[in-house]
Design a protein around this ligand. Structure first.
Ligand code: FAD
Length: 328
Protein backbone atom coordinates (compact mmCIF):
# COMPACT_ATOMS: atom_id res chain seq x y z
CA UNK A 1 0.00 0.00 0.00
CA UNK A 2 1.22 3.52 -0.73
CA UNK A 3 1.54 6.14 2.01
CA UNK A 4 -1.50 7.96 0.63
CA UNK A 5 -3.58 4.75 0.79
CA UNK A 6 -2.57 4.42 4.40
CA UNK A 7 -3.64 8.03 5.08
CA UNK A 8 -7.00 7.38 3.47
CA UNK A 9 -7.84 4.28 5.47
CA UNK A 10 -7.49 5.91 8.90
CA UNK A 11 -8.12 9.46 10.03
CA UNK A 12 -4.79 11.16 10.49
CA UNK A 13 -5.03 14.03 12.94
CA UNK A 14 -2.77 17.00 12.44
CA UNK A 15 -1.75 20.04 14.43
CA UNK A 16 0.19 23.24 13.80
CA UNK A 17 2.79 25.13 15.77
CA UNK A 18 2.84 28.94 15.88
CA UNK A 19 5.00 31.48 17.63
CA UNK A 20 3.95 34.76 19.28
CA UNK A 21 4.26 37.71 16.88
CA UNK A 22 6.73 40.49 17.62
CA UNK A 23 4.97 43.41 15.88
CA UNK A 24 1.39 44.64 15.43
CA UNK A 25 1.57 43.91 11.71
CA UNK A 26 2.71 40.36 12.41
CA UNK A 27 -0.11 39.97 14.95
CA UNK A 28 -2.78 40.91 12.45
CA UNK A 29 -1.25 38.61 9.80
CA UNK A 30 -1.23 35.83 12.39
CA UNK A 31 -4.95 36.33 13.05
CA UNK A 32 -5.62 35.52 9.38
CA UNK A 33 -3.28 32.55 9.53
CA UNK A 34 -5.11 31.20 12.57
CA UNK A 35 -8.44 31.45 10.72
CA UNK A 36 -7.07 29.51 7.75
CA UNK A 37 -5.39 26.86 9.87
CA UNK A 38 -8.45 26.43 12.08
CA UNK A 39 -10.64 25.95 9.00
CA UNK A 40 -8.51 22.92 8.03
CA UNK A 41 -9.71 21.12 11.18
CA UNK A 42 -6.53 20.56 13.22
CA UNK A 43 -6.60 18.74 16.55
CA UNK A 44 -4.81 21.63 18.18
CA UNK A 45 -2.78 24.77 17.54
CA UNK A 46 0.27 25.08 19.76
CA UNK A 47 1.97 28.36 20.64
CA UNK A 48 5.64 28.54 21.60
CA UNK A 49 6.95 30.23 24.72
CA UNK A 50 10.02 32.47 24.69
CA UNK A 51 13.02 31.43 26.76
CA UNK A 52 12.68 32.54 30.40
CA UNK A 53 9.15 33.79 29.91
CA UNK A 54 10.07 36.54 27.45
CA UNK A 55 6.86 35.94 25.47
CA UNK A 56 4.46 35.20 28.34
CA UNK A 57 2.04 38.01 27.47
CA UNK A 58 2.18 37.59 23.69
CA UNK A 59 1.87 33.78 23.90
CA UNK A 60 -1.19 34.21 26.09
CA UNK A 61 -2.67 36.71 23.63
CA UNK A 62 -2.34 34.22 20.76
CA UNK A 63 -3.78 31.37 22.85
CA UNK A 64 -6.71 33.53 23.96
CA UNK A 65 -7.39 34.47 20.37
CA UNK A 66 -7.49 30.80 19.35
CA UNK A 67 -9.88 30.03 22.22
CA UNK A 68 -12.09 33.02 21.47
CA UNK A 69 -12.34 32.79 17.71
CA UNK A 70 -12.00 29.12 16.78
CA UNK A 71 -13.25 25.73 17.89
CA UNK A 72 -9.71 24.37 18.05
CA UNK A 73 -7.82 23.27 21.14
CA UNK A 74 -5.10 25.76 22.11
CA UNK A 75 -1.88 24.22 23.41
CA UNK A 76 0.49 26.39 25.43
CA UNK A 77 4.21 25.60 25.39
CA UNK A 78 5.64 26.39 28.83
CA UNK A 79 9.25 26.29 29.95
CA UNK A 80 10.51 26.02 33.51
CA UNK A 81 14.27 26.56 33.33
CA UNK A 82 15.30 29.32 35.74
CA UNK A 83 11.91 29.41 37.52
CA UNK A 84 11.17 28.93 41.17
CA UNK A 85 8.30 26.64 42.11
CA UNK A 86 6.14 29.62 43.06
CA UNK A 87 6.75 31.38 39.76
CA UNK A 88 5.88 28.25 37.78
CA UNK A 89 2.80 27.73 39.93
CA UNK A 90 1.57 31.26 39.21
CA UNK A 91 2.32 30.88 35.51
CA UNK A 92 0.30 27.66 35.19
CA UNK A 93 -2.61 29.23 37.08
CA UNK A 94 -2.53 32.22 34.77
CA UNK A 95 -2.76 30.00 31.68
CA UNK A 96 -5.51 27.87 33.22
CA UNK A 97 -7.37 31.08 34.08
CA UNK A 98 -7.18 32.08 30.43
CA UNK A 99 -8.94 28.82 29.51
CA UNK A 100 -5.94 26.82 28.34
CA UNK A 101 -6.30 23.08 29.02
CA UNK A 102 -3.46 21.78 26.91
CA UNK A 103 0.25 22.20 27.54
CA UNK A 104 3.58 21.27 26.03
CA UNK A 105 5.74 21.06 29.14
CA UNK A 106 9.38 21.87 28.42
CA UNK A 107 12.43 22.43 30.45
CA UNK A 108 13.70 25.09 28.05
CA UNK A 109 17.23 25.97 27.01
CA UNK A 110 19.60 27.36 29.64
CA UNK A 111 20.90 30.85 28.85
CA UNK A 112 23.96 30.80 26.56
CA UNK A 113 27.23 30.28 28.35
CA UNK A 114 25.79 28.38 31.34
CA UNK A 115 26.39 24.75 32.16
CA UNK A 116 24.15 21.99 33.45
CA UNK A 117 23.95 22.02 37.23
CA UNK A 118 24.49 25.76 37.63
CA UNK A 119 22.17 27.68 39.92
CA UNK A 120 20.37 29.46 37.06
CA UNK A 121 18.41 26.27 36.46
CA UNK A 122 16.05 27.24 39.27
CA UNK A 123 13.85 24.73 41.05
CA UNK A 124 13.34 22.47 38.03
CA UNK A 125 15.83 19.95 36.73
CA UNK A 126 13.69 18.59 33.91
CA UNK A 127 10.45 18.91 32.00
CA UNK A 128 9.08 15.92 33.95
CA UNK A 129 8.91 18.07 37.08
CA UNK A 130 6.88 20.67 35.19
CA UNK A 131 4.49 17.96 33.98
CA UNK A 132 3.91 16.96 37.61
CA UNK A 133 3.34 20.54 38.67
CA UNK A 134 0.80 21.20 35.90
CA UNK A 135 -1.18 18.16 37.04
CA UNK A 136 -1.00 19.29 40.65
CA UNK A 137 -2.07 22.87 39.96
CA UNK A 138 -4.84 21.66 37.72
CA UNK A 139 -6.15 19.28 40.40
CA UNK A 140 -5.98 21.98 43.08
CA UNK A 141 -7.97 24.35 40.94
CA UNK A 142 -11.21 22.47 41.29
CA UNK A 143 -13.25 25.71 41.51
CA UNK A 144 -12.39 26.12 37.85
CA UNK A 145 -14.56 23.25 36.96
CA UNK A 146 -17.59 25.39 37.69
CA UNK A 147 -16.24 28.45 35.94
CA UNK A 148 -17.59 29.87 32.74
CA UNK A 149 -14.59 31.49 31.16
CA UNK A 150 -15.26 35.05 29.96
CA UNK A 151 -15.17 35.34 26.19
CA UNK A 152 -15.31 31.60 25.55
CA UNK A 153 -18.57 30.13 24.28
CA UNK A 154 -20.50 28.46 27.11
CA UNK A 155 -20.59 25.19 25.19
CA UNK A 156 -16.83 24.99 25.61
CA UNK A 157 -16.79 25.80 29.30
CA UNK A 158 -15.56 22.95 31.39
CA UNK A 159 -18.10 20.71 33.06
CA UNK A 160 -17.70 19.68 36.70
CA UNK A 161 -15.69 16.55 37.22
CA UNK A 162 -14.82 15.99 33.57
CA UNK A 163 -11.81 18.17 33.17
CA UNK A 164 -8.70 16.59 31.83
CA UNK A 165 -5.59 18.41 30.76
CA UNK A 166 -3.49 17.26 27.90
CA UNK A 167 0.20 17.46 28.72
CA UNK A 168 2.54 16.95 25.82
CA UNK A 169 6.32 16.71 26.10
CA UNK A 170 9.23 17.04 23.70
CA UNK A 171 10.88 13.96 22.21
CA UNK A 172 14.14 13.83 20.26
CA UNK A 173 14.43 11.14 17.55
CA UNK A 174 18.10 12.01 16.99
CA UNK A 175 18.82 12.71 20.62
CA UNK A 176 18.78 15.95 22.58
CA UNK A 177 21.99 17.89 21.86
CA UNK A 178 22.96 17.61 25.55
CA UNK A 179 22.00 14.00 25.94
CA UNK A 180 24.83 11.57 26.73
CA UNK A 181 23.28 8.57 24.92
CA UNK A 182 20.20 7.50 23.02
CA UNK A 183 19.23 5.45 26.11
CA UNK A 184 19.13 8.70 28.10
CA UNK A 185 16.64 10.21 25.66
CA UNK A 186 14.33 7.23 26.10
CA UNK A 187 14.77 7.32 29.91
CA UNK A 188 13.88 11.01 29.87
CA UNK A 189 10.71 10.19 27.96
CA UNK A 190 9.84 7.44 30.44
CA UNK A 191 10.33 9.90 33.30
CA UNK A 192 7.93 12.31 31.58
CA UNK A 193 5.39 9.51 31.18
CA UNK A 194 5.71 8.59 34.86
CA UNK A 195 5.07 12.25 35.70
CA UNK A 196 1.79 12.16 33.77
CA UNK A 197 2.58 13.26 30.22
CA UNK A 198 0.11 11.91 27.68
CA UNK A 199 1.54 12.97 24.31
CA UNK A 200 4.99 13.30 22.76
CA UNK A 201 5.89 15.76 19.99
CA UNK A 202 9.23 15.38 18.28
CA UNK A 203 11.93 17.76 17.34
CA UNK A 204 12.19 18.12 13.56
CA UNK A 205 14.01 15.36 11.70
CA UNK A 206 14.75 14.73 8.03
CA UNK A 207 14.56 10.97 7.51
CA UNK A 208 11.49 8.85 8.26
CA UNK A 209 13.52 5.97 9.70
CA UNK A 210 14.96 8.30 12.37
CA UNK A 211 11.43 8.86 13.68
CA UNK A 212 10.19 5.31 13.19
CA UNK A 213 13.15 3.61 14.86
CA UNK A 214 12.99 6.09 17.75
CA UNK A 215 9.30 5.31 18.32
CA UNK A 216 10.07 1.61 18.18
CA UNK A 217 12.79 1.98 20.83
CA UNK A 218 10.45 4.08 22.97
CA UNK A 219 7.70 1.43 22.72
CA UNK A 220 10.12 -1.37 23.59
CA UNK A 221 11.16 0.61 26.67
CA UNK A 222 7.54 1.05 27.77
CA UNK A 223 6.53 4.50 26.47
CA UNK A 224 2.80 4.20 25.84
CA UNK A 225 1.62 7.66 24.82
CA UNK A 226 1.29 8.66 21.15
CA UNK A 227 4.33 10.36 19.66
CA UNK A 228 3.61 12.92 16.95
CA UNK A 229 6.31 13.54 14.34
CA UNK A 230 7.26 17.22 14.18
CA UNK A 231 7.55 18.08 10.47
CA UNK A 232 8.97 21.31 9.16
CA UNK A 233 8.72 22.26 5.50
CA UNK A 234 12.07 23.91 4.76
CA UNK A 235 11.61 26.24 1.83
CA UNK A 236 14.97 28.00 1.50
CA UNK A 237 18.67 27.24 2.09
CA UNK A 238 18.86 30.12 4.60
CA UNK A 239 16.03 28.66 6.66
CA UNK A 240 17.62 25.24 6.58
CA UNK A 241 20.91 26.66 7.91
CA UNK A 242 19.07 28.56 10.64
CA UNK A 243 17.03 25.61 11.92
CA UNK A 244 20.09 23.37 11.92
CA UNK A 245 21.84 25.96 14.06
CA UNK A 246 18.89 26.24 16.45
CA UNK A 247 18.03 22.55 16.75
CA UNK A 248 21.50 21.03 16.73
CA UNK A 249 20.30 18.47 14.15
CA UNK A 250 22.67 17.23 11.44
CA UNK A 251 22.49 18.98 8.08
CA UNK A 252 20.56 16.73 5.65
CA UNK A 253 22.99 16.71 2.71
CA UNK A 254 20.43 15.65 0.08
CA UNK A 255 17.91 18.40 0.88
CA UNK A 256 20.64 20.96 1.41
CA UNK A 257 22.18 20.36 -2.04
CA UNK A 258 18.83 20.42 -3.80
CA UNK A 259 17.89 23.74 -2.16
CA UNK A 260 21.31 25.25 -2.84
CA UNK A 261 21.39 24.47 -6.56
CA UNK A 262 17.82 25.54 -7.25
CA UNK A 263 18.06 29.17 -8.52
CA UNK A 264 14.48 30.36 -7.96
CA UNK A 265 12.56 31.00 -4.74
CA UNK A 266 9.48 29.25 -6.16
CA UNK A 267 11.56 26.22 -7.04
CA UNK A 268 13.09 26.11 -3.55
CA UNK A 269 9.65 26.35 -2.01
CA UNK A 270 8.44 23.42 -4.12
CA UNK A 271 11.45 21.33 -3.11
CA UNK A 272 10.80 22.07 0.59
CA UNK A 273 7.11 21.24 0.34
CA UNK A 274 7.71 18.03 -1.60
CA UNK A 275 10.37 16.95 0.89
CA UNK A 276 7.89 17.47 3.76
CA UNK A 277 5.13 15.64 1.86
CA UNK A 278 7.41 12.65 1.27
CA UNK A 279 8.58 12.60 4.88
CA UNK A 280 5.04 12.93 6.24
CA UNK A 281 3.72 10.22 3.91
CA UNK A 282 6.52 7.86 4.93
CA UNK A 283 5.98 8.28 8.68
CA UNK A 284 2.22 7.87 8.26
CA UNK A 285 2.81 4.69 6.27
CA UNK A 286 5.10 3.58 9.12
CA UNK A 287 2.28 4.08 11.66
CA UNK A 288 2.68 7.66 12.94
CA UNK A 289 -0.49 8.64 14.82
CA UNK A 290 -0.68 12.12 13.27
CA UNK A 291 1.42 15.05 12.08
CA UNK A 292 2.58 18.13 13.95
CA UNK A 293 3.55 20.81 11.43
CA UNK A 294 5.80 23.74 12.22
CA UNK A 295 3.88 26.50 10.44
CA UNK A 296 6.24 29.52 10.82
CA UNK A 297 3.07 31.62 11.25
CA UNK A 298 2.07 31.06 7.62
CA UNK A 299 -0.76 28.85 6.49
CA UNK A 300 -0.06 28.32 2.76
CA UNK A 301 2.98 26.09 3.03
CA UNK A 302 1.72 23.71 5.72
CA UNK A 303 -1.70 23.44 4.08
CA UNK A 304 0.03 22.52 0.80
CA UNK A 305 1.95 19.83 2.67
CA UNK A 306 -1.27 18.37 4.08
CA UNK A 307 -2.88 18.58 0.67
CA UNK A 308 0.07 16.76 -0.86
CA UNK A 309 -0.42 13.99 1.71
CA UNK A 310 -4.12 13.73 0.87
CA UNK A 311 -5.13 14.90 4.35
CA UNK A 312 -7.06 18.05 3.54
CA UNK A 313 -10.77 18.04 2.97
CA UNK A 314 -11.50 15.17 5.34
CA UNK A 315 -14.42 16.01 7.64
CA UNK A 316 -13.29 17.81 10.79
CA UNK A 317 -13.44 15.60 13.87
CA UNK A 318 -16.35 16.03 16.25
CA UNK A 319 -14.85 17.65 19.30
CA UNK A 320 -15.99 18.02 22.85
CA UNK A 321 -14.15 20.37 25.16
CA UNK A 322 -13.69 17.75 27.85
CA UNK A 323 -12.44 14.70 25.96
CA UNK A 324 -8.90 14.12 24.83
CA UNK A 325 -8.89 13.91 21.03
CA UNK A 326 -8.59 10.51 19.48
CA UNK A 327 -4.90 10.29 18.79
CA UNK A 328 -4.00 6.61 19.06
P1 FAD B 1 14.11 17.66 29.25
O1 FAD B 1 13.36 16.60 28.58
O2 FAD B 1 13.84 17.85 30.67
O3 FAD B 1 15.63 17.34 28.96
C1 FAD B 1 16.74 18.25 29.01
C2 FAD B 1 18.05 17.50 29.03
O4 FAD B 1 18.24 16.94 30.28
C3 FAD B 1 18.15 16.34 28.06
O5 FAD B 1 19.48 16.16 27.67
C4 FAD B 1 17.73 15.18 28.85
O6 FAD B 1 18.22 13.98 28.31
C5 FAD B 1 18.29 15.54 30.19
N1 FAD B 1 17.47 14.97 31.27
C6 FAD B 1 16.19 15.28 31.58
N2 FAD B 1 15.75 14.53 32.62
C7 FAD B 1 16.77 13.77 32.99
C8 FAD B 1 16.95 12.79 33.98
N3 FAD B 1 15.95 12.46 34.83
N4 FAD B 1 18.14 12.19 34.07
C9 FAD B 1 19.13 12.53 33.24
N5 FAD B 1 19.02 13.44 32.28
C10 FAD B 1 17.87 14.04 32.14
N6 FAD B 1 11.98 25.80 23.83
C11 FAD B 1 11.48 26.99 24.24
O7 FAD B 1 12.18 27.77 24.91
N7 FAD B 1 10.17 27.35 23.92
C12 FAD B 1 9.35 26.54 23.22
O8 FAD B 1 8.19 26.90 22.98
C13 FAD B 1 9.85 25.28 22.77
N8 FAD B 1 9.07 24.42 22.06
C14 FAD B 1 9.56 23.19 21.70
C15 FAD B 1 8.71 22.30 21.02
C16 FAD B 1 9.17 21.04 20.64
C17 FAD B 1 8.23 20.08 19.94
C18 FAD B 1 10.52 20.65 20.95
C19 FAD B 1 11.03 19.30 20.54
C20 FAD B 1 11.37 21.53 21.63
C21 FAD B 1 10.90 22.80 22.01
N9 FAD B 1 11.72 23.71 22.70
C22 FAD B 1 11.21 24.93 23.10
C23 FAD B 1 13.14 23.40 22.98
C24 FAD B 1 13.39 22.83 24.40
O9 FAD B 1 13.14 23.83 25.35
C25 FAD B 1 14.86 22.37 24.47
O10 FAD B 1 15.03 21.20 23.72
C26 FAD B 1 15.44 22.21 25.86
O11 FAD B 1 16.87 22.14 25.75
C27 FAD B 1 15.06 20.93 26.60
O12 FAD B 1 13.75 20.91 26.94
P2 FAD B 1 13.07 19.49 27.26
O13 FAD B 1 11.67 19.76 27.64
O14 FAD B 1 13.32 18.57 26.15
O15 FAD B 1 13.91 19.04 28.55
Amino acid sequence: STPTDSARTRRIPFSFELYPPKTDAAASALATTIDHLAAAGPDFLSVTYGANGSSRRSSLDVLSRILRTTNVEAMAHLTCVGSTHDEANRLIREFLDAGVRSFLALRGDPPAGTKEGEAFLGDFGSAAELVQLIHRVQAEKSPYRETIIPGIPAARAVKPGHEKVRIAVAAFPNGHPRSRSSAQDIDTLLAKQAAGANLGITQLFFHADHFLSFVQRAREAGVLFPILPGIMPVTSPARLRRIIELSGEQMPADLSIRLEIEPTKEGQREIGIQHAVDLASQVIAGGAPGLHLYAFNQHETVLEVLDGCGLLGAPAPVRTPTALPTIV
